[in-house]
Design a protein around this ligand. Structure first.
Ligand SMILES: [Zn+2]
Length: 300
């Protein structure tokens, strides 16, 4: 069964200027249920994770200052959000959703989180709407519990997974792979184990050719027994932040290729949503819904 982490706090209202990108977290589950892709039984509600799982990735100092709302003004500015207890709770619950979805992925082959993909969070600070790095926390959890031996992180959000790259820079059991817009944030990029930076307006064909040439080869080289997939839909040409030129059909084909590859090779995959900032909320929800439709079609 496809298990999907969702909690009402995912859509926690923020001040007006931050509200738009949050709406998708409410609309996406509604759309999936409305169209029959998922039923209520597919969703599970995460909770607060044990502190030890968070500080296995983030420094104790950062965790303590974040959870007591004691970040300084500069650190808060870097996150892009006004700091609040609700926001910290939201990030903690998202991280728990990714930990639990990782366990479900081991059981069912795939599991997802309606939010997550907070890949700009570093060991000791947050950046760009990311406070805690959920997939890094999930990856470290699986390694610490000795449930997997080698993890591949496939980060196809248009923004480089800079926090994830930094967190696992000295961890040979995690291979970080990021395809992103060369001219997109972060402007000073970290070094993933493999980075592919694409020029502005990269087309469907160019994008998919690179993905299809790279991913199977990488899997055969690294032999992962678990994959984290960050399926940001900010690669769309319509995206207000992303600078690539992909269509919604290419975005769907990207997801299909990644998920089918995992299925064919029998590698469990945990998928988190990441970014999506097209001007029409319908476009964002449709592009994310495709990932769930494909997960149902391919795995169940
Ligand atoms: Zn992004």
């Amino acid at each position: 069964m496809l298990k999907i982490a969702y909690h009402p706090i995912y859509t926690h209202p923020l001040p007006e200027k931050h509200r738009f990108p949050m709406v998708k977290y409410e609309l996406l589950p509604k759309q999936l249920i409305h169209e029959g892709t998922c039923g209520m039984h597919n969703f599970f509600e995460p909770n607060f994770p044990d502190k030890q799982h968070i500080i296995a990735v983030h420094t104790l100092d950062y965790y303590n200052r974040l959870t007591s709302l004691n970040l300084d003004a500069k650190e808060i500015r870097k996150t892009g959000f006004p700091l609040s207890q609700e926001l910290v709770d939201r990030e903690l619950i998202i991280a728990d959703g990714t930990i639990k979805a990782s366990l479900y992925a081991l059981e069912y082959g795939i599991a997802m989180n309606i939010a997550g993909g907070t890949h700009h969070a570093y060991t000791d600070h947050g950046e760009a709407f990311c406070l805690l790095n959920d997939q890094a926390i999930g990856a470290q959890y699986l390694l610490d519990k000795k449930l997997v031996q080698k993890i591949l992180i496939v980060d196809l959000d248009v923004h480089q997974g800079n926090g994830t790259a930094e967190i696992f820079i000295n961890e040979p059991r995690v291979f970080t792979f990021s395809i992103h817009g060369e001219k997109n944030y972060p402007f000073k990029k970290e070094q993933s184990d493999l980075d592919i930076a694409l020029p502005n307006d990269t087309s469907d064909t160019e994008y998919l050719t690179i993905l299809k040439e790279t991913l199977p080869q990488l899997i055969s080289q690294e032999q992962p027994d678990f994959i984290y997939y960050l399926s940001g839909v900010d690669i769309l040409a319509t995206d207000k932040l992303g600078k690539l030129g992909c269509s919604i059909e290419a975005c769907k084909e990207r997801d299909r290729f990644v998920l089918q590859t995992c299925k064919d090779l029998d590698i469990s995959v945990m998928c988190a949503m990441g970014g999506g900032y097209s001007p029409e909320i319908k476009t964002i929800v449709e592009a994310h819904a495709n990932t769930y439709r494909l997960a149902q079609d391919i795995f169940f």
